[in-house]
Design a protein around this ligand. Structure first.
Ligand SMILES: [Zn+2]
Length: 340
């Protein structure tokens, strides 16, 4: 194994793997976007701290009205507890404000992710501060938690956080492992049931054709991350909705600091439309199901975003604005991206 590959394995985003490149025909986003004009989208998994203002603008223009940002791996090992504090604080503070400045309602889930559970001395400290954030406004779940390498430490902190979720009456957002996914998914669900958690409170993420049936059969929510070049492409997503229908299925971008696409949901909606999937089924898997799952937190009021947020870019958060160098609020740019 070459050194570069080894480093990649140790520092993956959600888009880490190099499986087969899916053969596809590129469709122009600009010439198809009118197909979904007027539709609203809710992205229940996207890491906006890693994304730019261009992304926010493009998402808003494409109809994304609200999103959930799960706490996750920042790409390199943490040096101490204070970086977790600052990260969690930004999810409930600055990033939430930044999103509002682009007209998108921001929610988050808070948790110790599986990869970081393997640093046990630090994990112990993180567990102590989690309750300080779980009860904040806009926190709609404990996440993303679960398994990565499926170690004993990961299981320990997954179980402890399931108990935190029960206590806080919050849904659970499960990250399923990229390696040995089927076994990790089954194990995640079995443990959640063992802790007495109702499957309708658990969103199992990063599903594929191998895991979806069991997740749905056991009563959990099945979330799918659209990978722009490999793995779960939006073409495969269309086939899954055709086969299983829209009930308890939701689509997300999981866009992060790796190569990823914050417009994965609207683009998948275009492809569903082109394949004859009904508007109502598209609405369920790209908007309503995510709301129904995470609204169990008591934190989501759709009237906050269903008619659009008012944007006032002259607002400040702790004295800071998103405007740099004397820019005018509401300056417009165009965006050209393609459907993969
Ligand atoms: Zn994620």
């Amino acid at each position: 194994m070459c050194q570069n590959h080894k480093e990649l394995e140790q520092n993956p985003s959600h888009f880490e793997e190099s499986e087969e490149v899916v053969a596809h025909t590129d469709l122009s986003w600009e010439s198809h976007r009118d197909l979904i004009r007027g539709m609203r989208f809710f992205d229940p998994h996207i890491h906006m701290v890693s994304r730019t203002t261009d992304d926010y603008e493009a998402m808003r223009d494409a109809g994304i009205v609200a999103l959930i940002e799960p706490a996750f791996w920042v790409g390199q090992p943490r040096t101490g507890l204070s970086t977790f504090k600052d990260y969690f604080s930004s999810l409930v503070g600055w990033e939430r404000f930044r999103s509002s400045q682009f007209g998108i309602k921001h929610y988050c889930t808070i948790g110790l992710n599986s990869r970081e559970a393997n640093n046990e001395p630090l994990a112990e400290q993180v567990m102590e501060i989690l309750p300080l954030y779980l009860y904040k406004e806009g926190v709609v779940g404990v996440g993303e938690i679960g398994f990565d390498d499926q170690t004993a430490a990961e299981e320990k902190y997954y179980r402890l956080q399931l108990e935190l979720a029960k206590k806080a009456k919050l849904p659970v957002q499960i990250h399923t492992p990229h390696r040995d996914k089927k076994r990790g998914t089954e194990r995640s669900m079995a443990i959640a049931l063992e802790h007495g958690i109702d499957p309708s409170w658990v969103i199992v993420d990063h599903n594929n054709e191998e895991t979806v049936k069991s997740v749905l059969d056991q009563g959990f929510w099945a979330a799918f991350t659209i990978y722009p070049f490999t793995k779960m492409s939006n073409e495969r997503m269309v086939k899954i909705v055709e086969q299983y229908g829209p009930e308890r299925i939701m689509v997300n971008s999981a866009a992060d600091w790796g190569i990823s696409d914050p417009l994965a949901i609207p683009k998948t909606a275009v492809l569903m439309k082109l394949n004859g999937i009904s508007d109502e089924a598209i609405r369920l898997v790209t908007y309503q199901n995510a709301i129904d799952a995470f609204a169990k937190s008591g934190q989501i009021d759709v009237s906050d975003f269903e008619n659009g947020l008012t944007i006032d870019q002259s607002q400040k958060f702790n004295g800071n604005t998103i405007l740099r160098g004397g820019q005018e609020p509401g300056a417009k740019k165009t965006n050209t991206l393609i459907i993969k």
